[in-house]
Write a protein that binds this ligand. Structure first.
Ligand SMILES: *Cc1c(COP(=O)(O)O)cnc(C)c1O
Length: 381
């Protein structure tokens, strides 16, 4: 089945009870048993729920995996992966990553005696050097947030496979439409379903997908034991959103390209970070592992003034100043004070997250309106 068919059909059947074509919202916590242990595969909705199960099966198919698990948020999914580890274990992570993941690593799991090392992963030598006998997990985010670096997942997988280290990839920015990390050698794919997958900025949800049965069993155990699951109503909304993922992504990519190209030629803009540019430092890796370049763009302003950046973002009429990304509507944010405020300022500057850096999530509106919005806001500074 091709991707555009999978989003609509994979893992989904007409409802066995009624024939309803659309997966119903099974708003129930529990299920009748004929005799103790004699049930239809569902016992209690923390463990499994038919609406959530349909979504989990659909996501597993989209990522070319076997097992899907959904959680109450993207970070609950990250949390579940980290719970595979124990005190003394070590994790090597992308140095340029989602601020919430960084906070969970350094202020959550570090306190339980798990050690985190952050390295620039487009340099595989830096990864090799950071590995110790206690390294159990490598955490990759690509494209990285907000600097849009691209990490060669297949190259990292070569390192992890040799040493029996788990490789997890946060595929939130790319989505399975653009890239499938399991096929590149990753063991676990993580998503903030909140973003492109659900796609309409109305749900908070996370997901994990894997192929290995033993790994899946351990993750299901954590999902059931910790109980950070999503509800049936949200599962329904995510399923509904996913049915147009391929169409939305196509438009996000087209709009992203036009917006990035416009910004690059604008005299008030300093740098534009978008992996589709030929001279992007990791463009060849992007070309190899992704099918297109997405709608996420970061840019900085000439003069690097925070005031200019703030003025610009509050002048926009269509780009809404808000955290998050990947919805149908265009959003903008200021990483240094919003999504990445939990990263110390010295670390931030080193990564390129300067005071005038602005991140855009190009939505699926008419691109002429997006360009006009950017153009008139840039005139105001
Ligand atoms: C938003 C996001 C997360 C966290 O997901 P939530 O659903 O907000 O908990 C993790 N990684 C990336 C790349 C994100 O953009």
């Amino acid at each position: 089945m091709k991707f555009g068919t999978k989003v609509i059909h994979a893992g989904l059947q007409p409802d066995p009870a009624t024939g309803a074509v659309v997966t119903p919202i099974y708003q129930t916590s529990t299920y009748q048993q004929k005799a103790p242990g004699d049930h239809k595969g569902f016992e209690y909705s923390r463990t499994s729920n038919p609406t959530r199960k349909a979504l989990e099966d659909n996501l597993a198919a989209l990522e070319n995996g076997k097992y899907g698990l959904c959680f109450g948020s993207g970070l609950a999914a990250v949390d579940a992966v980290l719970k595979l580890l124990k005190t003394g274990d070590e994790v090597i992570s992308t140095n340029d990553l989602y601020g919430g993941s960084y906070r969970l690593f350094t202020q959550g799991f570090a306190q339980l005696g798990i050690k985190f090392t952050f390295v620039p992963m487009n340099n595989t030598i830096a990864i090799e050097e950071a590995i110790t006998p206690n390294t159990k997990l490598i955490w990759v985010e690509t494209p990285t947030n907000p600097m849009m670096n691209i990490i060669d997942v297949a190259a990292v997988a070569t390192i992890t496979k040799k040493r029996n280290i788990l490789l997890a990839v946060d595929n939130t920015f790319a989505t399975p439409f653009l890239q499938n990390p399991l096929g590149l050698g990753a063991d676990i794919v993580m998503h903030s379903v909140t973003k492109y997958l659900a796609g309409h900025s109305d749900v908070i949800m996370g997901a994990l997908i894997c192929k290995d049965e033993d790994l899946a069993k351990r993750l299901y155990f954590i999902q059931k034991s910790s109980g950070a699951v999503c509800g049936p109503q949200d599962s329904f909304l995510a399923l509904r959103g996913i049915k147009t993922l391929h169409l939305r992504m196509q438009r996000h990519c087209e709009n992203g390209k036009i917006v990035a190209t416009f910004l690059r030629t604008h005299p008030k803009v300093d740098k534009v970070y978008w992996p589709g540019f030929d001279d992007h430092p990791n463009h060849l890796i992007a070309k190899k592992q992704m099918r297109n370049y997405g709608g996420m763009i970061s840019f900085s302003l000439n003069g690097n003034s925070k005031e200019d950046a703030f003025k610009l973002m509050s002048t926009f009429k269509i780009f809404t100043l808000a955290e998050s990304l990947g919805g149908v509507e265009s959003l903008t944010c200021h990483p240094a004070t919003m999504t990445h405020a939990s990263i110390p300022s010295k670390e931030r500057e080193k990564l390129g997250i300067v005071d005038s850096l602005i991140r855009l999530s190009a939505g699926i509106e008419d691109v002429h309106d997006l360009i006009e919005d950017l153009d008139s806001a840039l005139k105001s500074i």
